[in-house]
Design a protein around this ligand. Structure first.
Ligand code: RIB
Ligand code: CA
Length: 316
């Protein structure tokens, strides 16, 4: 029997602003080391200030017991705009419901942008997948400071944007709204982009039965996720449960067959005002502009969470 070639692991960097859904994405990545080579975690201000997103990344890493993955602290604020955070959604420390203790491990030395540039400089061409789960400030800094690293980026698989209504404003999704200038730089960088926006991530809600199964599983990671996804919903954000926006990014890497979308041209509104951060997505190709993103719009949510929660069961 001819041995099948070992499936090559995808080299990834997760840029993140934990946030509960970031935490689930990180846990899924930690539980998927057969498929994913998570080389570094870089943090950015978003859901909460960067000191807290950094502490939260360490808290989640401690839970998974994956101290070998360095966490580098990144941008304190967007490129141009003032920082806007979202404690009203994720709680004062950004991980309401997690029950996680303070970090017991330490952040890696060096700024996240410098670490990202150094990692890419040392990598072969087309070899590193960047997975931004928050505002795109760190990636924009890296691409502007060291444009020569762009050919090292295999693809960018990000959570952000919206085909329809936004969440933080009627026009814009939070990650893009917070730093629209960074988003415009990233969407204009010329590397392959997969965009998982609200059009798909708002469908990524586990069923009550699936959530209840987390408690039956009983390990620490499953209990942590159960606490986060069963915390009260803030006012004005609906009552169907907590969408696991960012987990869709890592799930897409692992199980792309569960998702569907199309290549589109899209532009980001950077002006101040009610449209700031709007991602205008040419879903029907009216503008005849070359596509700059694969926009994902559908997900098989039940299968996603069945697989995701089974992976979480393999963690401590
Ligand atoms: O709009 C949802 C996105 O904003 C998610 O990534 C969430 O964690 C916040 O960063
Ligand atoms: Ca996030």
């Amino acid at each position: 029997m001819r041995e099948l070639p070992e499936m090559a692991r995808e080299t990834i960097v997760i840029d993140t602003d934990p946030g509960q859904d970031d935490a689930v994405a990180l846990l899924l990545a930690f539980a998927s080391q057969a498929e994913l080579d998570l080389r570094a975690i870089t943090t950015v201000a978003g859901n909460v200030p960067v000191a807290q997103t950094t502490a939260n990344a360490l808290r989640v890493r401690d839970l998974a017991g994956c101290d070998a993955v360095p966490v580098h602290r990144g941008a304190e604020r967007p490129l141009v705009c003032a920082l806007e955070t979202a404690e009203f959604v994720c709680g004062p420390d950004g991980l309401a419901g997690s029950g996680l203790p303070a970090p017991r491990s330490a952040v890696a030395p060096g700024h996240a942008v410098d670490a990202l540039i150094a990692l890419l400089r040392a990598a072969p061409d087309d070899s590193v997948t960047l997975c931004p789960l928050g505002p795109l400030t760190n990636l924009a800094f890296a691409f502007r400071l060291a444009p020569e690293v762009l050919p090292k980026v295999r693809r960018i698989v990000l959570m952000g944007g919206a085909i329809g209504l936004g969440n933080i404003t009627p026009a814009a999704e939070f990650n893009i709204h917070v730093d629209p200038h960074a988003a415009a730089i990233v969407f204009g960088c010329g590397r392959p982009i997969v965009m998982l926006g609200l059009g798909v991530t708002l469908k990524a809600i586990a069923s009550h039965a699936q959530v209840a199964g987390l408690l039956a599983t009983g390990n620490a990671a499953s209990r942590c996720v159960h606490g986060m996804v069963t915390r009260p919903r803030p006012g004005g954000l609906g009552s169907d449960g907590h969408p696991m926006h960012d987990a869709c990014v890592v799930a897409y890497l692992l199980w792309p067959e569960l998702f569907a979308g199309r290549d589109c041209f899209l532009a980001v509104e950077t002006g101040e005002g009610p449209l700031r951060g709007r991602t205008t997505i040419d879903w029907n190709g009216r503008l005849k502009r070359p596509a700059n993103a694969h926009v994902v719009a559908e997900v098989e949510a039940e299968a996603l969470f069945t697989r995701l929660f089974a992976r979480l069961a393999t963690l401590p």
